[in-house]
Ligand binder design. Structure first.
Ligand code: HEM
Length: 506
């Protein structure tokens, strides 16, 4: 069956038997040649340590096992860098901040691209999704536009109660000036989440064979459902993002000029020269990148509150002392709430929001500390090891302890481990998260407001172990396994005061 279709599939030859055999042989030789060359490279040149796997195919078993890759035991076995090769793709797992900074920051000219994804990149998004845009002109444009707007001073709008809906509401408000979502079933949210689900599934290693056998992309559409699907999704998703942008365009045309990322991108069109579809995807994927990550951060924080009631009690005491009980906290209070600010940093350090960050890919051969890192190596930042480094964060790394970010006078430390944020959760170098100030601002005001009004408890008799190891991975992000939580108002006026505060934003 396969042999009769092959000449048509790979698109050359007249279909005769000898042509078919020649095609098969050529494909096999190309594939084997590539793999043998890679393998030879690994023996002749000194690749970083790591399991070598089987001849020709490499270590396909381990490369597809995130738990095995992420385990701190790998650092004990192989040191700060572990290199794995599978089917010709090299992957470098970075297990120390020093190596991450040396490669991804100091040598960022060659470590700032993303892996080449055929299905989710070339087909489903035409390489317009910000997080996977290859290093080059488009990335520079996207980052320049974003940096102008998502600066340190960005403050998101009104806080609400539900993390998921709330995080998306903030993103929709910052990006498109849309009002808070009334429900989880809002068509806007349903559409974006549908896109994100497909995006995350496509990006997951192992979803598509074509990522390992790139010649499969030449299979005609009629034989490849994945190609038809991803191409249709590109049209469907482009229309969605263009529709969101179109609403802001119409508002501007009608003299309604309210601040949003979309409005700024539209107004600065002549300066940046982005095409219509580039603008639509830029704003759309800033939204997509921010919603799921922020809501994951808040979920992990809530889990920490149930696990560490003493930490929660200390935050309550700080809020009572600094803000009092007559009004909810505002952004203006945040600089005067060092324990809450330290808690935000600790939440970002402790939570496995994006366990391997977003992979970088190298664009040139490189030598580092006597080892050879071939061009095209996929570099994974192992957050569970980087953010749990005892030398940087102290011996109690596994505990949720905001005081690690406070000095002896109770002030927030200016930096930790040489980093202003005090953790590595936002990534490195030229691909560092451009939404980090929005994320920190959102999480700070949320945590302050929620703790001001409420106490969170684990209901008696709840089953299951709580902890960062119990997680559900969806694409690049991870959420806690669902858990029960009891919410207790801290004082009777809290709800009325919150509603009063919220009405100011409507
Ligand atoms: C807790 C919340 C967040 C976390 C933990 C987070 C984390 C990250 C990480 C680890 C990266 C990859 C960095 C690297 O490659 O070295 C990244 C990239 C990115 N983030 Fe965030 N992020 C968060 C919130 C946001 C928000 C709110 C936005 C938008 C407003 C955003 C927009 C982006 C974009 C567009 C990229 C891709 C940048 C590029 O590829 O050059 N993120 N983020």
């Amino acid at each position: 069956m396969v042999t009769t279709q092959l000449p048509e599939i790979i698109g050359f030859g007249d279909g005769s038997d000898s042509d078919r055999k020649a095609c098969l042989l050529a494909t096999f030789l190309l594939l084997a040649g590539g793999l043998i060359a890679r393998l030879a490279q690994s023996y002749i040149r000194n690749l970083p340590p790591g399991p070598r796997g089987l001849p020709l195919i490499g270590d396909v078993i381990h490369i597809a096992n995130p738990e095995w890759l992420a385990s701190p035991k790998r650092k004990d076995e192989y040191g700060d860098m572990m290199y794995i090769n599978a089917l010709g793709t090299g992957m470098l797992i970075i297990n120390s901040q020093r190596v991450a900074v040396d490669l991804l920051e100091k040598r960022s000219t060659i470590y700032s691209s993303r892996p080449h994804y055929i299905s989710v990149g070339d087909f489903m998004t035409q390489n317009l999704a910000f997080g996977i845009v290859p290093y080059g002109d488009r990335l520079r444009q996207f980052r320049r536009v974003t940096a102008e707007i998502y600066s340190k001073s960005t403050n998101p709008s009104a806080p609400e109660r539900h993390f998921h809906r709330h995080a998306w509401s903030i993103m929709l408000s910052v990006n498109y000036d849309l009002p808070p979502l009334e429900s989880e079933d809002d068509p806007c949210l349903v559409e974006i989440e549908d896109h994100l689900r497909r995006f995350m599934r496509e990006i997951q290693p192992g979803t598509r064979l074509v990522e390992y056998f790139p010649w499969l992309k030449y299979v005609p559409d009629r034989f490849a459902k994945w190609k038809r699907d991803t191409q249709n999704w590109f049209i469907q998703d482009s229309l969605m993002f263009q529709r969101f942008l179109g609403k802001v365009k119409d508002d501007l045309a009608n003299g309604i000029d309210r601040p949003s990322f979309a409005a700024t991108v539209i107004k600065s069109q002549s300066k940046h020269g982005l095409s219509e579809v580039e603008k639509a995807w830029l704003v759309g994927h800033l939204l997509a990148a921010g919603g799921d990550t922020t809501s994951s951060g808040l979920e992990w924080w809530l889990l920490a509150m149930l696990m560490y009631p003493n930490v929660q009690a200390r935050a309550h005491a700080e809020l009572d002392e600094v803000v009092g009980r007559d009004r909810p906290p505002t952004f203006a209070d945040i600089p005067f709430l060092p324990y809450i600010r330290a808690m935000v940093k600790e939440t970002l350090r402790w939570s496995p929001i994006a366990p391997f960050s977003v992979p970088h890919a190298s664009t040139a051969d490189d030598w580092y500390e006597g080892t050879f890192i071939p061009k095209g190596t996929i570099c994974l930042q192992n957050m569970g090891v980087l953010n749990f480094d005892r030398e940087v964060f102290g011996d109690n790394v596994a505990e949720f302890d905001p005081t690690r970010y406070l000095d002896e006078k109770g002030r927030v430390k200016m930096q930790m481990g040489g980093r202003e944020e005090g953790h590595m959760t936002f990534g490195f170098g030229r691909r560092v998260c451009p939404g980090r100030y929005v994320a920190e601002g959102t999480i700070s005001i949320d945590i302050a407001t929620l703790l001001w009004a409420m106490r969170f408890e684990r209901p008696e008799g709840s089953q299951g172990e709580l902890g960062v190891r119990n997680r559900v991975q969806s694409g690049l992000t991870a959420h806690p396994v669902p858990f029960e939580c009891k919410v207790v108002p801290r004082f009777t006026e809290a709800e009325a005061l919150l509603n009063e505060g919220l009405s100011m934003y409507k």
